[in-house]
Design a protein around this ligand. Structure first.
Ligand SMILES: C[S@@+](CC[C@H](N)C(=O)[O-])C[C@H]1O[C@@H](n2cnc3c(N)ncnc32)[C@H](O)[C@@H]1O
Length: 303
């Protein structure tokens, strides 16, 4: 099967289009890969996420990518033979992801999974298109396998943009098979790089903004709330169907992309190689989650 791009489906409820968050990511969409995904720091932290995802989703048939952005993770999973259904609230992000999937489909033949991308609010399952919950008739499956997804991924802060995780947790519990995993990569309430760099610049507010657990972001389209959460808070918020099984710190040693301008003093290939090596080692220390920029929280759907 070759990668395929699914056409528009009407969502079942109105989306918060025009919200400051959706507008901000719409504006960012065309530059997102340049400033983050293709930045050396972004590549290193995404590799760290993929080490977790590739292990957790080995052998998976279909996975949800929640808050997919430009679709980098969706294409990575599809290249491993997984069918991916991806959601994002920002229509321009969805457009970029669909274009990327179309290009990938044109360049590959067999052995890769499909990529279907929809505009939807991850935090409000009533906005998810009907096809997300019923991607194919389950009649040919054993009753125990009738849930459509082997697992789900929400990479790089998507859940930090959602206040109440319970509706998402309940919707995923209905869609992911018992024993399947949800990998949620979230920003925790402490981040050493942010504190050190904030203090070094005399910006105490920036240095400490995560500590209160609730802050706001503004990329020029208005403010929206951001919830910084510990792995336990993520698990608790998703509800009893989800058991916390593993915590992997992401961005422990490597500085965030915003801290190292391209072409600047610290943008040196040898330095990135050293940071990548150190990052791979540091991500094996669960306690480093206390000061990492992100944490990959692996949750298992209770049987
Ligand atoms: C930092 S980007 C991460 C994108 C992608 N997961 C990645 O790994 O590059 C956060 C993404 O989450 C999306 N997002 C934030 N809140 C959302 C929500 N409630 N529903 C759907 N998408 C959301 C944004 O539009 C944006 O594309």
């Amino acid at each position: 099967m070759s990668a395929a791009v699914v056409t528009d489906e009407r969502p079942t409820a109105p989306l918060p289009s025009g919200s400051p968050l959706a507008a901000a990511f719409d504006v960012l969409a065309s530059r997102y890969d340049e400033v983050f995904s293709d930045h050396p720091s972004g590549r290193i932290v995404r590799q760290a996420v993929w080490r977790v995802a590739d292990e957790v989703f080995a052998g998976a048939d279909r996975v949800l990518d929640l808050g997919c952005g430009t679709g980098v993770d969706a294409l990575h999973l599809a290249a491993r033979g997984i069918d991916v259904v991806a959601l994002d609230v920002a229509p321009q992000m969805v457009a970029v992801a669909r274009d990327a999937a179309a290009v990938a489909a044109a360049m590959t033949d067999n052995g890769v999974g499909s990529v279907a991308v929809h505009v939807a609010d991850v935090g409000d399952p009533s906005t998810w298109p009907v096809g997300v919950s019923r991607p194919d008739p389950p009649a040919n499956r054993r009753p125990a396998d009738r849930s459509p997804y082997a697992g789900a991924l929400a990479d790089f802060g998507v859940l930090n943009c959602i206040g109440d995780l319970a509706p998402l947790g309940a919707a995923l519990a209905a869609l992911v098979r018992p024993g399947g995993c949800f990998v949620a990569v979230v920003m925790p309430p402490g981040c050493a790089w942010e504190t050190i760099l904030g203090l070094a610049r005399g910006d105490v507010r920036r240095a400490t903004r995560r500590w209160r657990g609730l802050a706001s972001a503004d990329l020029g389209t208005g403010r929206w709330p951001v919830w910084y959460r510990s792995p336990r808070a993520v698990a608790g918020g998703l509800g009893p169907a989800w058991k916390l099984v593993r915590v992997v710190p992401i961005g422990v040693v490597v500085p965030p992309s915003w801290a190292v301008p391209r072409g600047g003093t610290f943008d040196r290939p040898w330095l990135w190689r050293a940071w990548a090596t150190a990052e791979a080692a540091a991500s094996r220390l669960p306690t480093a989650a206390l000061w990492a920029d992100h944490v990959a929280v692996v949750l298992r759907r209770a049987r």
